[in-house]
Design a protein around this ligand. Structure first.
Ligand code: ZN
Length: 343
């Protein structure tokens, strides 16, 4: 995540989420959690149902547990002020559960007649590896304001890091490359918004990231990220575009299909990684709608962001720094995309 441009140090992470805070006083949290807990559980069940028929496999799911609330004033001031989430399901992966087995959810069509056209043939997916490992060396360039239709925003941001210094931009590129490999094996044409490296030492800017998906006429676009909020905040969430119109931004045609794409990705990501939805936003659904991201506002193609976990939480960081876990993450995102495309 990280939508500001301070250097990528563990102390400087922040995230700006319009759906927070719901509650500003700690004294209200207990009541809020009690009221919202059933809603969260319902949201979780809904997300799993949307993932496909295998999503309800009880062997891969732990029972929901009460949220552990984060004390205000953590390593990051903004994050510390964020109210802890209502209850979220426990994470099987966090307790060392093995990778659930089984076919991808909402994808594949074993009953399809022989000779049926391949729904993935000729389809194009644009993958946007969030940030760039060189951004922190190019503050002037990435701080330049660009037009996102509804507003103006920095060209790009540095992204966050784990407390031990693993950069979000390294994570996003690694997962994106794994995701590309999986999708290409299914016959999907895959384009990246950037590959970092010498030819792309910073950026691209968020408006260009959106434009690449638009000009490719992508059937789906996914921007890969990890969040940087306080210890104790855990889990993934998928960010969906809000309905916005302003300047060159008009998401009216992509709000619906983007939600479908996001729901497929969320459900499959949960299944392949065994992790639960974010316990600090999204009311336990793993889905959040935002109207402040240029990469979504300027998209004319179905597009979502995924925040795969919280780099500042020790347990999430242990997952995010694991190549094996990143492979599961890539597989889950791929399964969601393939399901969305009808494959
Ligand atoms: Zn990010």
């Amino acid at each position: 995540m990280r939508y500001d441009n301070s250097p990528p140090s563990p102390e400087s992470g922040s995230s700006i989420s319009p759906d927070r805070p719901w509650y500003t006083r700690r004294s209200t949290l207990a009541v809020a959690a009690a009221v919202l807990a059933p809603t969260c559980l319902a949201g979780w069940v809904l997300t799993q149902a949307l993932a496909g028929p295998a999503a309800g496999d009880p062997q891969t799911r732990a029972a929901p547990q009460p949220a552990s609330h984060t004390a205000p004033g953590g390593a990051d001031g903004k994050a510390g002020a964020t109210p802890s989430a209502p209850a979220a399901p426990a994470s099987p992966a966090a307790s060392g559960s093995p990778l659930p087995s089984g076919p991808p959810l909402a994808s594949g069509s074993p009953g399809a007649p022989a000779g049926a056209p391949d729904p993935l043939a000729g389809r194009t997916v644009v993958i946007d590896p969030g940030h760039n490992t060189g951004n922190f060396k190019h503050s002037r360039e990435i701080n330049r304001q660009v037009d996102i239709g509804t507003n103006r925003k920095e060209c790009d941001t540095t992204g966050t890091t784990t407390n031990s210094g693993y950069m979000e931009a390294e994570f996003t590129m690694d997962v994106s490359r794994r995701l590309r490999t999986v999708l290409e094996a299914r016959g999907v044409k895959v384009l990246f918004t950037h590959e970092a490296g010498p030819e792309r030492p910073w950026g691209p800017c968020i408006d260009e990231r959106a434009r690449i998906g638009n000009e490719a006429k992508a059937d789906a676009v996914v921007s890969v990220h990890a969040d940087g909020v306080s210890e104790g905040s855990r889990g993934y969430h998928v960010i969906l575009p809000a309905a916005v119109r302003g300047g060159s931004a008009d998401t009216s045609k992509i709000v619906g299909p983007s939600r479908t794409l996001g729901e497929r990705i969320a459900g499959n990501f949960a299944r392949t990684t065994g992790t639960g939805p974010a316990n600090y936003l999204g009311s336990g659904t793993g889905l959040v709608v935002r109207d402040d991201l240029g990469g979504l506002n300027l998209s004319t193609r179905p597009k979502v962001f995924i925040e795969c976990g919280n780099m500042r939480d020790a347990k999430d960081a242990a997952l995010l720094t694991s190549p094996e876990w990143r492979q599961k993450a890539a597989q889950g995102i791929a399964d969601g995309i393939v399901g969305f495309l009808g494959g």
